[in-house]
Design a protein around this ligand. Structure first.
Ligand code: NG1
Ligand code: ZN
Length: 536
């Protein structure tokens, strides 16, 4: 206790304004970096408890604020199989971090150990990494102090993308067993992806150059490193890495990256995008992906998370059919209320696949996707992945192919299951998946874009006095509180053809968001304004 107390005094928590709490939200604790040192120390204490509770398996801690500005940072915990922290423990994280004094902190730490029957004498292991933010170094020092004080073993992987840390956690905990996820090293991650990429391509050709905008974040150097692992004689993958300057931290996510492209609906101004060039953007910690190009005839066109999701679902659906596994495999797509209605219609009516809608936040989507043999999930913002069940993996390995075409389909499915990050959305892995699919289908981005036409839509942020007054039901598509608000929204929606609109409190900002879709751009905008007026 004395060690923890002394260490805690070196990393004091900054008191927030009266009535405000630090909260473990969808992305862990995320805020201005200068508030985070004490928070990170306390997260270190919790991760040590979590490891001891999970039979001494390794727990991950990632220091990143993703697509947020350079002055922010964040800290989140990764569970043993590389998944997000179990929801019940988010409450514990919030409680521990908000302990008013160092003494209260130690008391609560011990109480949690007693209540949860955690043996503080058992071994604990925590592994961690950080993105390129300059504040990250100070934060991992606080984290290491907590791990020293709790006598936990730890490994500092230094600079990593968020999905790499998730990979390393799972690889660490499956090392040497039949379900091994891969070599426990950053190189192991590259080797696994490169080998799966080559197998999935199987001498198919990739057309032209792919330009990758790395948001001036950690994705830049990691992508360049990965490219060295691709055998040039097996795959012709011509990549141009841009916005990969991590030496000037102030330009991280500035006028570039997946979030910029999605919210501004335009390409980064630098480097100037030439018409016809296939391009994609990562976000600052490389877990989100957006594809786009400038069509010489029609201008800028963006392929977001909904498009990646429907592309993956359509391709995997076809492979399952060719592999003769259609009757055994349940394929499903998981979306949130922000998915464009046209994508949902395309997946259900054209691809004839099941779609489930969940609340915002990838942990919800991930959880539902695990219920399928093959579960495809993406948020419209480009964060997502495809999950394969143990039964699906076994079928790809063990089914006796009846024809060369069937064998090819089974091999491609097995390669995809290795290529696609099974722990969390991963921009690098998702990008390779998209490249594989386009090469197999011999599609350009234009062909991909032709699959369906998005409904005109609008997303607005609305400042409200108290966002906690807004309660939702039906996967956030309807308001149950304040009373009468939903009836008013319904009244407005009814006035438009093919329209849909909903309002909800943001989980990451102090505001509400209103989303609307309608038959024309003008109507979608007008409807959003009207619903925003109801909420204000
Ligand atoms: P909130 O602030 O709860 O709307 C946003 C994104 C989510 C998700 C989280 C975490 C939108 C509309 N919402 O959530 O998709 O990614 O941030 O990063 O894009
Ligand atoms: Zn991110």
């Amino acid at each position: 206790d004395e060690k923890i107390l002394a260490a805690s005094k070196r990393h004091p928590i900054v008191p927030l304004e009266k009535g405000q709490l630090y909260t473990y939200g969808t992305a862990g604790f995320r805020m201005r970096a200068d508030l985070l040192e004490g928070v990170t120390f306390r997260v270190g204490l919790l991760s040590a408890l979590r490891s001891r509770k999970q039979n001494s398996q390794a727990i991950g801690v990632m220091i990143t604020a993703s697509h947020n500005p350079a002055a922010d940072n964040g800290v989140k915990i990764v569970d043993p199989m590389g998944e997000m922290l179990e929801q019940d423990w988010e409450r514990l994280a919030t409680a521990l971090v908000n302990s008013p004094t160092d003494e209260d902190l130690v008391k609560l730490y011990n109480r949690l150990a007693t209540d949860l029957k955690i043996d503080l004498g058992s071994p604990a292991k925590v592994i961690y990494g950080r993105d390129t933010r300059p504040s990250g170094y100070r934060l991992v020092t606080a984290l290491a102090d907590a791990l020293e004080a709790t006598e936990s073993e730890y490994v500092d992987y230094k600079l990593l993308t968020t999905p790499q840390l998730h990979y390393l956690v799972r690889a660490t905990n499956t090392e040497g067993n039949p379900l091994s996820y891969g070599e426990v090293s950053e190189a192991g991650y590259y080797k696994k992806l490169a080998s799966a990429f080559v197998r999935a391509m199987k001498s198919r050709k990739i057309d032209g150059t792919l330009t990758v905008d790395c948001a001036n974040g950690i994705g830049g150097p990691k992508l360049s490193e990965f490219l060295k692992y691709i055998p040039k004689d097996k795959v012709n993958f011509d990549v141009r890495v841009v916005n990969d300057d991590i030496l000037r931290p102030e330009i991280l996510n500035l006028n570039c990256g997946a979030d910029y492209v999605k919210t501004k609906q335009r390409p980064p101004p630098i480097p100037k995008l030439q018409p016809g060039v296939r391009t994609c953007s990562f976000d600052g910690d490389a877990d989100r992906l957006m594809y786009y190009w400038i069509d010489p005839q029609t201008g800028f066109f963006m392929l977001d998370g909904d498009r990646i999701s429907s592309l993956a679902a359509s391709f995997i659906g076809e492979l399952i059919e060719s592999a003769g596994l259609k009757d055994e495999m349940r394929i499903g797509v998981v979306q949130t209320a922000y998915a464009n209605g046209a994508s949902t219609t395309y997946i259900t009516q054209h691809l004839k696949l099941e779609v489930i809608c969940t609340p915002t936040g990838v942990k919800h989507l991930h959880h539902v996707a695990q219920g399928f043999d093959i579960g495809v999930y993406f948020e419209a913002n480009g964060h997502g992945t495809v999950l394969f069940s143990p039964d699906a993996l076994l079928a790809f390995e063990e089914k006796e192919p009846q024809s060369p075409a069937q064998k090819d389909a089974l091999d491609t499915l097995a390669a995809l299951a290795d290529l696609i990050n099974q722990t969390v959305g991963d921009a690098l892995s998702d990008m390779l998946m998209v490249e594989v699919i386009l090469a197999h289908k011999r599609w350009t981005l234009r062909d991909w874009a032709m699959t369906y036409a998005d409904l005109p839509n609008r997303l607005v942020r609305v400042e409200v006095g108290n966002k906690d007054l807004f309660w939702t039901t039906d996967a956030e598509r309807r308001l149950s509180h304040p009373e009468g608000a939903q009836e008013e929204i319904d009244g407005e929606v009814k006035k438009y053809k093919d329209a849909r609109s909903f309002a909800r409190a943001s989980g990451t900002e102090n505001a509400c968001r209103v989303y609307s879709e309608a038959a024309t751009r003008y109507e979608a905008h007008e409807l959003a304004e009207r619903v925003a007026n109801i909420i204000e």
